[in-house]
Design a protein around this ligand. Structure first.
Ligand code: F0G
Length: 466
């Protein structure tokens, strides 16, 4: 049996608490319809007594299990047996200190760390979750997998299908909604790519229907096994900090899978006595896709120990429908108005004393340019974390001495259109791509220099530059 007998799924609502086996393929509680967690009988799973246990894994990197940045921590997500996991070597990502970016945020030297998830094989953090979903999918014998995506989930799914040949990929994307870098990956990896007339929120509804009707395995983050893999991002952060808990984790919020997984990771580590406190969580929305900010910060929606006031959500979604408002941001990865993991994220915010902020496209692109100038390339959505940390510093919520980890979720080359438009000298291109989104300036632009093909002119320009 590939799935562990001590793993099970349980509804996140304490008052419901419906459980089912690890072999069941579900994206919602069969009784109340809320989300499911993958949980463990830890007495039987027997996790290590100290996080230092994982340090010995470095010497076992010849084993695919321990080379993987996910399964290096297998004992903390042990839903499948060690010999049955699916890995393509994901999770070889870095936590790097960055003083230039820290200074931009308003932090003192040595206090900012960037967790660079763009180093994953498909160029985004999604591979953390996809390897876990594939491990589960293989265990239950799935043959076809599907997702709706703003681009990175689809790239990751397509890559795992191509690399493992375990399943065929069917991806749903909103028409004109994903960046070229991501679309090119899905096409190149050979996924059946369905562009529907609509946006991500429309595609998300549709893919769930199609999966139900055709029995396809859904790999969006409503799949609780995906979030088990995404917990490992936090394990790697702790590993890089010598198992010291930082003060803040700052993450962009879209469908809210990451923030949910991070909350679960820290709660479990505390429960197991492996850490003594939880960091605070900041989830950053783009201003044009700010459902979590609106609900949490403006309308006071709280997890409320498992009894959130869902009428607040229903009312807000009805307002969105009535006004016909659609999510709109240059950070296309998080252009989402109806985050499927809302309730899990509310729980994480409660557990981690969290805050939510929104940042404009202008702030996102300026932060992105600063991150890149500091030597890290990322896509626009990722830069929301740094822009959000800057805002929180400005507001005095993050102190200049605090240790802050911003998650850079996706690679710089995912969305070259936004980057080139920011740095361009062509006002028409700037206006077309960015002006329409309220971006007025490119304060940190590095403009290309157009010169005649003339040695003297070229030498003059270089001397002027240096
Ligand atoms: N950053 C990037 C680069 C993403 O691709 C996503 C989500 C997020 C942040 C938001 O993360 O959903 O866990 O809150 N992208 C999804 C996709 C929705 O389809 O690729 P989240």
């Amino acid at each position: 049996m590939a799935l562990a007998p001590f793993a099970f799924q349980r509804c996140i609502r304490p008052a419901c608490g419906t459980t089912c086996g690890p072999e069941e393929v579900r994206t919602a509680c069969p009784k109340c319809g809320d989300l499911l967690d993958v949980l463990y009988d830890w007495d039987r799973a027997r996790p290590p007594k100290s996080l230092r246990y994982f340090e010995q894994m470095w010497s076992r990197r010849h084993e695919p299990l321990r080379l993987s940045g996910i399964y290096r921590f297998h004992e903390l997500l042990p839903f499948a047996t060690a010999d049955s996991v699916v890995t393509v070597g994901e999770g070889q990502t870095l936590l790097q200190q960055s003083d230039p970016v820290g200074q931009f945020i308003g932090l003192k030297g040595g206090r900012l760390y960037l967790q660079y998830e763009g180093l994953n094989p498909s160029g985004s953090f999604k591979d953390n979750g996809m390897s876990a979903a594939f491990t589960h999918a293989r265990a239950i014998g799935a043959k076809r997998a599907a997702c709706a995506s703003t681009g990175n989930t689809s790239a990751s799914l397509a890559m795992y299908c191509a690399a493992t040949r375990l399943m065929k990929a069917v991806i749903f994307i909103g028409s004109g909604k994903i960046s070229y870098g991501k679309l090119s990956q899905a096409l190149d990896f050979g996924a059946l790519t369905i562009q529907i007339a609509g946006d991500f929120d429309d595609a998300m509804v549709r893919v769930q229907e199609v999966c139900r009707d055709l029995g396809m395995y859904l790999v969006n983050s409503v799949n609780p096994f995906r979030l088990e893999g995404q917990k490992s991002i936090m394990f790697r952060v702790l590993e890089a900090l010598h198992w010291e808990v930082p003060d803040w984790i700052v993450v962009p919020g879209g469908n809210l899978g990451n923030s949910s997984a991070f909350g679960k990771a820290f709660v479990e580590l505390k429960l197991l006595g492996l850490i003594d406190r939880l960091p605070r969580l900041a989830v950053i929305n783009a201003a044009g896709a700010d459902t979590l900010f609106e609900l949490y910060e403006k309308r006071g929606l709280r997890w409320n120990a498992g009894r959130p006031d869902t009428s607040i959500v229903d009312r807000y979604y009805a307002e969105l429908d009535q006004s016909g408002r659609k999510a709109s941001t240059i950070a296309s990865a998080i252009e989402i108005n109806r985050p499927v993991n809302l309730n899990k994220c509310l729980r994480a915010l409660e557990d981690m004393n969290g805050v939510v902020r929104q940042v404009t496209d202008q702030e996102i692109l300026d932060a992105k340019a600063k991150i890149a100038a500091g030597g890290f390339g990322c896509e626009p959505a990722s830069a929301a974390s740094v822009a959000g940390a800057r805002l929180l510093c400005d507001q005095g919520i993050i102190g200049p001495d605090e240790r802050v980890v911003c998650i850079l979720t996706g690679h710089q080359l995912k969305d070259p259109t936004a980057t080139v438009a920011y740095h361009t000298t062509d006002q028409e291109q700037f206006n077309k791509v960015l002006g329409s989104r309220g971006v007025r300036r490119a304060s940190f632009a590095n403009r290309a220099v157009a010169l005649p093909n003339d040695l003297g002119e070229i030498v003059k320009a270089i001397q002027l530059y240096s």
